[in-house]
Every structure is written in structure tokens, then in C-alpha cells.
Design a protein around this ligand. Structure first.
Ligand SMILES: Cc1cc2nc3c(=O)[nH]c(=O)nc-3n(C[C@H](O)[C@H](O)[C@H](O)COP(=O)(O)O)c2cc1C
Length: 199
């Protein structure tokens, strides 16, 4: 039995390929680990906040010195980190918008990458503190980036892989639904992506 956290960052609800692909990954995980629990975290619907001055001030104030306003400012971050810590497996949906991730996913990263909480600096440099997790990235792109001339313009997978590794989540599998904006590739793109899922 596993605790699965499905993070959604597409604003497109039922039309979203990354959401459908993430759900297919979750479905395969449930077959592999019967009785697992699934929590869904839709960053767009909850309007996950962009990082503001009050958040940063709170992050760098020791817990015992935080005012009630400071505690409230860190609430989104604390809850997001707690959800990650509780999960065994994360399925992170990542649509490509303007060659990078959706801003809600960037906002979430800005709240979960916290010095002294999810990473620390030691004698050997930065050390990720969120360990023992398995991560699946469910990436949806209008074009094709897994190979070919556009590969170097994919800032989604390299960035997410680096950031999640930085805080300790190094076991990352990437599943791609590609060509959702290309008529001759769109047909069957999701089915091909689902068939490629390995759990
Ligand atoms: C504002 C916007 C920007 C986009 N930028 C890109 C892009 O830079 N490269 C690309 O391949 N597709 C791009 N697309 C297409 C999306 O990646 C594609 O529709 C994908 O399926 C989105 O994921 P979703 O279906 O989960 O929302 C863009 C779409 C929108 C609406």
C-alpha cells in the first residue's frame, strides 16, 4: 500500500492531456499497489500563491519567533511540504506552456524548496532532505521534445528533474504525451503515452 499524491498544474480540467496522463499513471499504480490512497492537489484551482514578501520573511523567521501573520504566510508552504512528506509516490502533471512549466507549478516549487526544511547546505554542498520518494512526471507538450530539433528547447523536464532532485527526490520517471498540437500526432498520442507507462 502506498500513499500517492497527484499534483495537477494544467488549467484545462477535462481537456487536459497531462491530467489524463497523470490519472493513467495513478490507475496503474493502484493496480500495482492495491489499497493505496490517492490525494489530488490541483494547484490551479486552489490558486496556489506566488511567492510574496510575507512568505519569504516567514520562511526565514524561526518557528518560535513567527507572529500569527507569519504562521499564516507559511501555511501554503507548510501544507505542501507536509503533503509531499506524507506521500510515498508523487505524480506531477506538467503541461508545457511557453517552453516551460505552468506558473502554478513554479509557485508550488517556490514554496516547497526551502532552506533548512527541504534542503540544507553541508560540508559537501547542498543536500536534499526529502528522500525515499518515487516521482512520475506526466508531461504534455504541443510539439515533440523527446527527440529531434526541438529537444534542446524543453525546459520542463530538465528543470523539474533538477529542482525535485535538489530537494532529495532523485528517483524520477518521465512519461510524455507529445504532439498534442500537431494534427497527425494528436490522434492516439494519449494512448501511446499511456502504453509507455512503467510502474
Ligand atoms: C499558452 C500556451 C502556451 C503553449 N506553449 C507551448 C510551447 O511552448 N511548446 C509546445 O510544444 N506546446 C505549447 N503549448 C501547447 C501545450 O503544451 C499543449 O496544449 C499541452 O497539451 C498542454 O497540456 P494540458 O493539455 O495538460 O493542458 C502551449 C499552449 C498554450 C495554451
Amino acid at each position: 500500500m502506498k500513499k500517492i499524491l497527484h499534483v495537477i498544474s494544467s488549467p484545462r480540467h477535462g481537456e487536459s492531456y497531462s491530467i489524463k496522463l497523470g490519472e493513467a499513471i495513478v490507475a496503474k499504480l493502484l493496480l500495482e499497489y492495491p489499497g493505496s490512497t490517492v490525494s489530488t492537489y490541483n494547484l490551479v484551482d486552489v490558486h496556489f500563491p506566488h511567492l510574496e514578501e510575507a512568505h519569504i520573511a516567514s520562511f526565514f523567521t524561526p518557528l518560535e519567533a513567527r507572529t500569527p501573520a507569519g504562521v499564516e504566510a507559511a501555511r501554503h508552504s507548510d501544507e505542501a511540504i507536509r503533503a509531499i512528506r506524507e506521500a510515498d509516490i508523487l505524480v506531477v502533471g506538467a503541461p508545457m506552456y511557453n517552453f516551460n512549466i505552468h506558473s502554478s507549478l513554479k509557485a508550488w516549487l517556490d514554496h516547497i524548496v526551502r532552506s533548512g526544511v527541504t534542503f540544507s547546505y553541508g560540508a559537501t554542498g547542498a543536500e536534499g532532505l526529502v528522500t525515499g520518494k518515487k516521482v512520475y512526471l506526466a508531461v504534455a507538450t504541443g510539439g515533440v521534445y523527446s527527440s529531434g530539433p526541438m529537444k534542446e528547447y524543453d525546459f520542463v523536464v530538465p528543470y523539474l528533474t533538477w529542482m525535485l532532485s535538489f530537494i532529495g527526490m532523485k528517483d524520477i520517471s518521465v512519461v510524455r504525451v507529445e504532439g498534442t498540437a500537431i494534427p497527425e500526432l494528436k490522434e492516439g498520442a494519449l494512448e501511446r503515452a499511456v502504453a509507455s507507462i512503467e510502474v
